[in-house]
Design a protein around this ligand. Structure first.
Ligand SMILES: [Zn+2]
Length: 269
């Protein structure tokens, strides 16, 4: 694998063995141009209004930070409209950075999209925006913040399905029905929780709630982020591929044409 392949997986903090990209020691504060292949990251390009693979040039700028740490800058360009954004990577090696095939990890990733592009979501406008906010909070290690956005999506989509399905959102005394009860009713009727989470979908929601209400540490919130995000994305996809829901969803104005639904064919229209 070349270093560009690892960088192209951003924002995932992956570790991999890569071909040597520095022949000699790069002292703190010293620059070197490296040729490690092109970095290619998918974004939703605002001008093109579609997902594009933004590409770097052949050369990247590498800055020495420590014995095992380098900072890498890249400019990425939309291949169609040529909109450009900047990306920054902090790469840390497990052992020697100058070995023949060092094992390195993408420790930090930041992109400056300047309103020209957004992260690739699941293709459902409002929810994509919230998913992106959750992800950005997570990348800044703001665990509780990330979870607040996931919980917002979870609650909003459950309430929308309840409305469409004619399930009352008010409780016995005219107040708001406890969310857990509402989720259970909605799920019994429309199976919004993906099968893979069916046994712990409620548990994950409770954990999400505990974290949002401050009963959990930041560390726990960060640990729970990925399973909770997968649950939330699974629910969005399930709801959008439910034939009974489809018409009502169209009326809600979700942009489901571009929804990346697993190849069940349920979305074909
Ligand atoms: Zn473009």
């Amino acid at each position: 694998m070349r270093l560009s392949d690892l960088l192209s997986k951003a924002p995932a903090n992956e570790e991999a063995q890569v071909e040597r990209f520095l022949n000699s020691h790069l002292a703190w504060g010293k620059h070197k141009t490296i040729e490690v292949g092109k970095v290619a990251i998918n974004f939703k390009c605002k001008t093109c209004d579609d997902v594009r693979t933004f590409m770097s040039g052949d050369k990247l700028s590498c800055l020495g930070v420590g014995d095992r740490v380098v900072s890498i800058d890249a400019c990425l360009k939309c291949p169609i409209c040529e909109a450009t954004i900047e990306a920054w990577f902090l790469v840390v090696s497990r052992d020697g950075l100058y070995e023949q095939a060092p094992t390195v990890r993408l420790e930090r990733y930041v992109d400056n999209r300047r309103g020209l592009a957004s992260r690739v979501g699941v293709g459902v406008g409002d929810f994509d925006d919230l998913l992106e906010r959750a992800q950005l909070a997570y990348e800044e290690q703001l665990g509780a913040g990330a979870m607040v956005y996931l919980r917002k999506i979870f609650e909003a989509i459950t309430k929308q399905v309840a409305d469409i399905a004619g399930i009352s959102t008010t409780g016995k005394n005219g107040g708001r029905k406890p969310f857990r009860n509402l989720l259970k009713e909605v799920d019994e009727k429309h199976h919004i929780i993906p099968p893979v989470f069916s046994s712990d979908g409620y548990k994950l929601f409770e954990e999400l709630s505990d974290i949002v209400h401050g009963d959990s540490s930041e560390e726990v919130a960060l640990q729970k982020y990925h399973p909770c995000r997968r649950l939330v994305i699974g629910i969005i996809r399930n709801v959008a591929s439910d034939q009974e829901m489809k018409q009502a969803i169209d009326a809600l104005g979700w942009n489901i044409n571009k929804l990346d639904v697993p190849s069940s064919g349920a979305m074909a229209s």
